[in-house]
Structure formats: C-alpha cells, structure tokens
Design a protein around this ligand. Structure first.
Ligand code: FES
Length: 116
C-alpha cells in the first residue's frame, strides 16, 4: 500500500529491540509493536538506535531521555550533564506534552511489519 512503510520481516524485530524505518523508530515490547517519530525532542538523536527499558519506555541513545511509547511523551528528561541544568528536564517533558513524538500504526501482514 502506498501509505505504508515496510519495516521488514517480523522475525527481524524480536522483543526489546528497536529499529528504524522511514521517519519512525519501530520497536517491540513483549510482542506489542510501536512506532514513534525517530528524532529525540532534546537534541535530535535517532531514536531507532535507542533501547527499551524495564518499564517499556523507549530510551534515547544519546542522553537517556525516556519516552512513553503509547503517548509519545517524554517521561524523563536528558541525563548526565543535562540533568544538572535546573528545569531542563521539566521543560523538555512539557514540550512533548504539547508536541509529542508522532505515533504510527504498526501492522503485521504475512509475516512482514509495516507502519502507517
Ligand atoms: S538527544 Fe535524546 S536525550 Fe539528548
């Protein structure tokens, strides 16, 4: 279909992994698939290179901001040096309340994953 982006075979996205396809970071949390726009709202890291933590959040590979994959909201701000800047984490989290990561619909058909 023209408005779908092919991600790849379902077998290429096992639980707790994230990959990239088009403008999306696509991941698998215990069999539940998600797709979020792939640029971190902090400094634009590619979230397709991120990881999934124990709580099922997508973690940015650069500074560890965490995203709720169901809403696209940042639920923990950038870590490390950035965590010591007063208000920065809160500001980033509030920003994604207004402008969350875009969510795509993930479908699996004939063993292949697509995002639309
Ligand atoms: S670029 Fe994602 S937390 Fe900094």
């Amino acid at each position: 279909m023209a408005d779908e982006i092919r991600v790849g075979p379902a077998s290429s996205l096992p639980p707790r992994t994230v990959t990239g396809s088009g403008g999306y970071a696509v991941g698998n949390i215990g069999g539940d698939l998600f797709a979020l726009s792939r640029r971190c709202r902090h400094l634009g890291a590619d979230l397709a290179g991120g990881s999934i933590d124990r709580e099922g959040c997508l973690v940015c590979p650069w500074h560890g901001a965490r995203y709720d994959v169901k809403t696209g909201h940042m639920v923990r701000g950038p870590q490390g040096t950035f965590a010591r800047i007063p208000g920065l984490g809160t500001l980033n989290m509030l920003f994604t309340r207004v402008l969350p990561l875009r969510r795509g619909e993930v479908v699996e058909r004939d063993g292949t994953i697509y995002v639309r």
